[in-house]
Write a protein that binds this ligand. Structure first.
Ligand code: BTN
Length: 261
């Protein structure tokens, strides 16, 4: 996988340094350790299998050995830490577009950054930031169900590209396409330092726009209608009683009113 990927890569920075594990705790954990040691921007950590894969909001990311993609990208952005959630949304756009290109299927984004096909979750993204000596570092962790046929019991809404598209995919080719697109988008982000350039494409790909959702926070469930995304990457919603508000990805999770997405 490593040699194949090195040959397939068409990037200047992302993936120039590849660290590959057949088995590791979590590529995000390794990435954070390496950032503390000052590893170069663009380094990627790939695992054929993770024993402690991490998901958003404290959940686990469970996978089958050798079937999915688990990798993390190390970045040192040049702007303040509050804007990191935007990087997660941009990665969602990039992964969604890459998987559409590779499969020919109309994958969508469930806000903030689950990638969905036929109402099932194919990919999750976990972005984490840590303080380092002269600023901070960000790890963007991407998990994709590629050729998987088995899923954890607690994720009945999960599926894979293989099950939905009925063919197997080369994992290194997928990583290569994602890194190329992410490098382009990351440069735009580094220059403009905001989400404005990405709003239109995000809204086009996001399946929640114009739909009713339940917002779940601290055990409570509130119904709302999704209006769009803001320049900060928040979801703009209208509540049943008519008032309009914004929700940010760190605080809440959402569900479609008819199911997972
Ligand atoms: C989610 O949807 O909850 C996010 C899942 C993120 C999983 C990826 S797999 C590679 C990287 N390493 C981890 O431990 N987690 C992320």
């Amino acid at each position: 996988m490593k040699k194949y990927l090195e040959n397939a890569l068409e990037t200047e920075i992302l993936g120039k340094n590849i660290i590959y594990y057949d088995e590791v705790s979590s590529t995000n954990i390794v990435a954070k350790d390496l950032m503390r040691k000052g590893v170069a921007q663009g380094t990627i950590i790939i695992a054929n299998y993770q024993t402690e894969g991490k998901g958003r909001q404290g959940k686990n990311w469970v996978e089958t050995k050798g079937e999915g993609i688990a990798f993390s990208i190390i970045l040192y952005p040049n702007y303040n830490i509050e804007k990191i959630s935007i990087l997660t949304l941009i990665t969602g756009i990039v992964v969604c577009q890459s998987l559409r290109e590779i499969t020919g299927y109309p994958l969508k984004i469930k806000w903030p950054n689950d990638i969905i096909l036929n109402g099932k979750k194919i990919c999750g993204i976990l972005t984490e930031a840590i303080n380092i000596e002269d600023g901070y570092g960000v790890v963007v962790g991407i998990g994709i169900n590629v050729n998987n046929v088995q899923f954890a019991q607690e994720t009945p809404y999960a599926s894979s590209l293989y099950l939905e598209c009925l063919r197997r995919f080369n994992r290194a080719d997928i990583i290569s396409v994602i890194l190329k697109k992410l490098e382009t988008s990351y440069k735009i982000y580094q220059t403009h330092k905001n989400f404005v350039n990405f709003i239109d494409i995000y809204e086009e790909l996001c399946l929640n726009i114009g739909e009713a959702i339940y917002i779940k926070q601290n055990g409570a469930k509130v119904k709302a209608y999704v209006l769009g995304v803001t320049k900060d990457g928040n979801l703009s919603v209208q509540y049943d009683k008519g008032h309009v508000g914004e929700i940010s990805s760190g605080e809440v999770s959402i569900r479609g009113i008819y199911g997972y997405s």
